[in-house]
Ligand binder design. Structure first.
Ligand SMILES: [Zn+2]
Length: 388
């Protein structure tokens, strides 16, 4: 199976999400997206950074290895930095994690989809925001201030009213960069090294940060390549495996964000015999170092994925927790390479501090004559021609 060519998932990526929310009233998309961006709910283009040039092509499961190689410089150990809001050396609630899905679904297979490229630190309106590392202000407009620091590092502070100008020095924990805007109740912090956006919650970055919560793998489901659900005791041919998984923030944010899920930083799976011998294992999601390009959203998140407070077909689901469905098999699992019989399929999700949760299901492989497969529907969410 390892010699198989990675294939992009192009089947029914956006359809299930839209189908699940069908029947909702349709309103003006433009005003909704604008309102979401104003509230800091959508991940939109305003704070998204592509880690890949448009000339490079990475497919399927290869994306994680590519990220590791591309962002090797981002692993260089530098001093940890404090929080951008006071008290600087105490942990604050973080309501949005690195890699969280950002979804605005506007139609069947259509909308805006991206990975959350930083952390959302809860803070009241008017809270002063300070640099976490000293440097020079290189951007201060709209809701955003960017500070360039040593080691080819930049920090972005978004959803604030800027109080500095380009060219001014910014002293860590001293210079007021701006204040948190009304309604958004958080400041978005991104760390960028060279061409790579980095997870601020990894050890050695934003500090102090402790996380004793255990991620949860809520379910593991199986689908045919045409997107049909298959029971785990009747697997044959090539199948896709989807995990419904989430993590809880280390410290709850104030209402209404107090019970919203965040993404685990790592998800892996393992196929084993009933006696425990590993037959195959893969890392399906790895947000520890950096993020895949936005075009690879559907390699990571499966149909039906929606963000917290999701906007679906013109309706904002205020206060509704998101649903994070991870596609564990951008390269389908080929059960034809297994003998008929029963196996264990285990999914494990971890947070940045190594806390984990897992779930195991018993599957049964029973090969039978394959039915002609349906032509997969196009997935417009991942069109590679979309301009950055
Ligand atoms: Zn954010």
């Amino acid at each position: 199976m390892s010699g198989r060519v990675a294939r992009r998932r192009r089947s029914v990526c956006g359809v299930a999400a839209a189908r699940a929310a069908s029947g909702l009233p349709l309103t003006l998309l433009g005003s909704l997206v604008a309102a979401l961006l104003a509230l800091g709910l959508a991940g939109g283009s305003s704070d998204a950074i592509g880690a890949r040039s448009t000339t490079e092509v990475v497919q399927g499961a290869a994306v994680w290895g590519w990220l590791q190689r591309r962002c090797v410089g981002a692993r260089e150990r530098l001093p940890a930095y404090p929080w951008p809001v006071a008290p600087f050396h105490e942990q604050h609630p973080v309501r949005g994690y690195f890699g969280d899905p950002r979804t605005v679904i506007t139609g069947i297979g259509e909308g805006a989809f991206s990975f959350h490229n930083g952390v959302d630190i809860s803070a009241a309106t008017g809270t002063r925001v300070y640099p976490v590392v000293s440097g020079v202000v290189v951007q201060a407009r709209g809701q955003r201030v960017v500070v360039a620091s040593s080691h080819d590092r930049r920090f972005q502070y978004i959803h604030i009213f800027p109080r500095v100008r380009v060219g001014e020095p910014a002293v860590a924990s001293d210079t007021v960069l701006g204040t948190v805007l009304p309604l958004v109740r958080h400041v978005h912090l991104s760390e960028i090294r060279g061409m790579c956006v980095v997870n601020p919650l990894m050890p050695g970055h934003l500090s102090p940060f402790h996380d004793t919560q255990k991620p949860v793998v809520r379910s593991i489901t199986f689908e045919s390549l045409a997107g049909r659900r298959i029971l785990p005791d009747a697997l044959s041919g090539e199948v896709r495996v989807i995990a419904d998984a989430y993590d809880r923030p280390a410290i709850p944010s104030p209402y209404p964000w107090s019970s919203m899920p965040v993404s685990p930083v790592l998800i892996r799976w393992r196929l084993a015999t009933l006696t425990g011998r590993t037959l195959q294992s893969r890392v399906a999601v790895d947000f520890r170092v950096s993020l895949p390009p936005r075009d690879d959203f559907c390699e990571v998140y499966a149909p039906g994925t929606v963000q917290n407070f999701a906007a679906v077909l013109g309706k904002l689901h205020w206060g509704q927790p998101g649903r994070y469905l991870y596609d564990l098999t951008p390269v389908p699992l080929d059960t034809r390479l297994l003998r008929d019989g029963r196996y264990h399929f285990t999914v494990t999700a971890l947070n940045t501090r190594g806390r984990s949760g897992s779930r195991t299901v018993t599957i049964e492989v029973r090969q039978r004559q394959e039915l002609p497969s349906l032509t997969p529907l196009p997935d417009h969410r991942c069109a590679p021609t979309v301009a950055a």
